[in-house]
Unconditional design. Structure first.
Ligand code: NAD
Length: 374
């Protein structure tokens, strides 16, 4: 089988497979074609792909000749029209949100896999792109906050006086939040964190942060590790708790998301107005509406001396390692669909293959995506 790596849309620095991952794929008897320039944003020039054993091909050659097409950013619409039966697309398609894309994939009978909807089981952990990329985002968010904060993160006792450590609050202690806690702690900040899933209390505490407890959250363990929407009463209690801690914080990093839904708004304008001048808010949920009422996706806003950073594509700013992790996720997934002789073998009785498939033969396969259309 031939796997084709297509160049990402402008603004996306990552690439699905770095040269080192291409070499691993070639060992599995898969031929790899790469569109020139695909890895340049991730510090991986074409000659490294050639050394790894890939062949450079134009976008048209890849669209026509490859069996598996890979790109992080979704396919162009006119590409979907061109794909032939037997070809498959592997990407990060955000199908719980991008309904138009799903409709187009159905209409053109495309077989498409989206690694962001892989079931969250222990077997799938090594293929979970949301986790690997959230690790990048949590880390980078703290560094960005530290660079915008007009103060130190750690405590310093110097001849010029004592510097008190920064107070950091993390809202949403999932993968990104836990990484943000760990990174803030490494930089010497005092950290507290909040989440609706009580299960994370121990993890938060084991990283040296304080867990802010708000009683009465709906913690649905059947939601596959995800949070669920909360009652109005709980949300009001939570906003009050967030308010009380926010006004004492120097940095707030918000990561709270609910898959396929608008992110909960947890940090209100009135709270931000009472924060200390110079404080920094990083909102990682802005692509799904944002956790802070005042954040704007892709923008740094100065609101009365408070810096509010709305950023949902931090992984692209750490493109090399983000791509390394993505590539490992993709390779682990591809192990499920490559036969020993290197040919494509789609086994839909495997729950991970089935659960990651968005569309095939004009039907929606993933049950969560399907439920959006019924
Ligand atoms: P996410 O990005 O969907 O959400 C981030 C965090 O925000 C979550 O911890 C969520 O509980 C929290 N949140 C949502 N609404 C909130 C609210 N109103 N207030 C405060 N916090 C709120 O989640 P994620 O980080 O991708 O993953 C969540 C969990 O899923 C992980 O911690 C892990 O336990 C599990 N997980 C399992 C696997 C696997 O088994 N394959 C892989 C990844 C994650």
């Amino acid at each position: 089988m031939i796997t084709g790596i297509l160049k990402e849309k402008a603004g996306e620095n990552r690439v699905f497979l770095l040269p080192e991952t291409v070499a691993d794929l070639i060992k599995k008897k898969v031929e790899v074609w790469v569109e020139p320039g695909s890895g340049s944003g991730a510090s991986s020039p074409d000659d490294q792909y050639l050394q790894a054993g890939a062949v450079l091909k134009s976008v048209d050659e890849i669209l026509e000749g490859a069996d598996v097409l890979m790109r992080i950013t979704p396919p162009e619409n006119h590409w979907i029209e061109r794909l032939r039966s037997g070809q498959i697309w592997i990407g990060i398609l955000n199908p719980l949100v991008d309904k138009n894309l799903v409709e187009s994939l159905v209409a053109h009978h495309t077989t498409a896999f989206s690694l962001d909807i892989i079931p969250r089981t222990s077997r799938a952990q090594s293929m979970d792109v949301l986790s690997s990329q959230a690790t990048c985002a949590g880390y980078r968010a703290v560094l960005d906050a530290a660079m915008h904060l007009p103060a130190f993160f750690p405590m310093f006792m110097t001849a010029a006086g004592t510097i008190t450590p920064a107070k950091v609050m993390i809202i949403g202690a999932g993968v990104a939040g836990l990484q943000a806690i760990a990174t803030s702690r490494k930089l010497g900040a005092r950290v507290e964190a909040f989440d609706v899933r009580g299960a994370v209390k121990e993890e938060v505490e084991s990283l040296g942060a304080k867990f802010i407890q708000v009683e009465g959250a709906i913690d649905d363990r059947s939601a596959g590790g995800y949070a669920v929407e909360q009652s109005e009463e709980f949300q009001a209690k939570q906003r009050q708790a967030v308010h009380d801690h926010a006004v004492k914080s120097d940095v707030i990093i918000t990561t709270a998301q609910i898959p396929g839904k608008q992110a909960p708004v947890l940090l209100m304008k009135e709270t931000v107005e009472l924060m200390k001048p110079g404080s920094v808010i990083v909102d990682l949920a802005t692509s799904s509406g944002g956790n802070c009422e005042l954040s704007v996706d892709g923008k740094v806003v100065d609101y009365h001396g408070i810096t509010i950073i709305g950023q949902s594509d931090y992984p692209s700013t750490i493109a090399k390692d983000a791509s390394k992790m993505l590539g490992k996720n993709a390779l682990n997934f591809m192990n499920l669909i490559i036969a020993a002789n290197g040919s494509l073998n789609l086994n839909f009785s495997d729950e991970l293959v089935q659960g990651t498939c968005v569309t095939q033969d004009g039907s929606i396969i993933n049950s969560r995506v399907k439920s959006l259309f019924t």
